[in-house]
Design a protein around this ligand. Structure first.
Ligand code: PGA
Length: 263
């Protein structure tokens, strides 16, 4: 079965300031102005909150063909939540998606499946595409518990989300719900999961989601994806695209990755 356009989402994590963002976008646009890469793929970047305004201005002014996302949202609309940003606050900007439950948030900042589910609900209600991340640790992987751990995370991180919540609230390039499978042992380590391992889990996730929501939900793979492994990974039928950290900070590398999946 022919796949739809690959989805490439760049998670910039805690990187870049305004000047670097402008340089990145200029280079990325320059590299992509002459080819049809961005017509045949869905590309997005999630900069840190401090750059959302700057990046939004750039994207609007230059009519960029990629979309912007946030690295998290809080579930409340407003209130006493020091250090958090609500989904509604992002509506001041052309932000289309939010990354939720990234393993760095879960492991370093105490996010639980329960509050990831609340964040997901809030993102969907605000019309954002929710990119919900799941993935097992090295220990779980070694102990062959990956399936159990990931399916539990998925079920609990999507608790209370109904098929009706997935109706798009605005015209958007991205589906309302995307799940990213990111094994923790592969993130930032240079040790990507093999295409077989990634496909096995992405297909398990895709089957769970089809059963649950009665529709096909895109599943991305993330974890040390770069120009050396992306093409092989994308050949797998249940990998709809990628959530990319380190390599999404390099415009030439990121462009090469996208290009290799559409040609
Ligand atoms: P990486 O990060 O591509 O640098 O491994 C992926 C992610 O954390 O989303």
């Amino acid at each position: 079965m022919k796949k739809t356009s690959p989805i490439f989402l760049g998670n910039w994590k805690m990187n870049f300031r305004k000047a670097e963002t402008t340089i990145f976008f200029e280079k990325f646009n320059q590299l992509n102005s002459k080819n049809n890469v961005l017509d045949n793929s869905i590309v997005g970047f999630a900069p840190p909150f401090t750059l959302i305004d700057h990046a939004s201005t750039y994207v609007t002014k230059h009519k960029c063909s990629f979309v912007l996302g946030a690295q998290n949202v809080h579930w409340a609309e407003s209130g006493a939540h020091t250090g958090e940003i609500s989904a509604g606050m992002l509506q001041d900007f052309p932000v289309r998606f939010a990354i939720l439950g990234h393993s760095e948030r879960r492991n370093s900042y105490g996010e639980t499946n329960e509050n990831v589910a609340l964040r997901t609900k809030a993102a969907l209600s605000a019309g954002l595409s929710a990119v919900v991340c799941v993935g097992e640790s090295q220990k779980d992987f070694n102990e062959k518990k990956s399936n159990f751990v990931v399916l539990k995370q998925l079920e609990e991180s999507l608790a209370g989300i109904l098929t009706a919540d997935l109706q798009p609230k605005a015209i958007t390039e991205l589906p309302s719900l995307i799940v990213a499978y990111e094994p923790i042992w592969a993130i930032g380590t240079g040790l990507s999961a093999s295409p077989q391992i990634a496909e096995e889990m992405c297909s398990t996730i895709a089957n769970y989601l089809t059963e649950r929501f009665k529709q096909k939900i895109s599943v991305l793979y993330g974890g040390s994806v770069d120009q050396s492994n992306v093409q092989e990974l994308y050949k797998e039928p249940n990998i709809a695209g990628f959530l990319v950290g380190g390599a999404s900070l390099k415009p030439a590398v990121f462009t090469e990755m996208i290009t290799s999946c559409i040609s």
